[in-house]
Design a protein around this ligand. Sequence first.
Ligand code: FES
Length: 118
Amino acid sequence: MSEPAEAPFDTGLRPEDLDPERPRPVESPWGTLALYLVEGEVLAAEAFCPHLQGPLFQGTLSGSTVTCPWHLWRYELRSGRRVDAACPPFGPDARPIRTYRVERTPAGTLALRPARPA
Ligand code: FES
């Protein structure tokens, strides 16, 4: 039997509220997340880096990859996986970032759900 889907969280934001140059942090039931506008697609992921909690949402975006401003670890925003060559294979810091599915509510706002169980 599958688990019931977690209720979506309505951010109250619309895609036009997002700036492709400045990811938007939002408080959610799952902590602080960031909304990214990448080539017209809204992507959502945790806002702080698993390594020492650097402000990942203030990092540099290249396509759908964000580079943490503190120690330059890179994450792919769709999968959440680390994609830099120095990625350690083990340890709590090696985990992917949590990503979130983005849906539109009937009112046109952006709602989020965890992409996979926490
Ligand atoms: S805090 Fe992000 S790479 Fe170290």
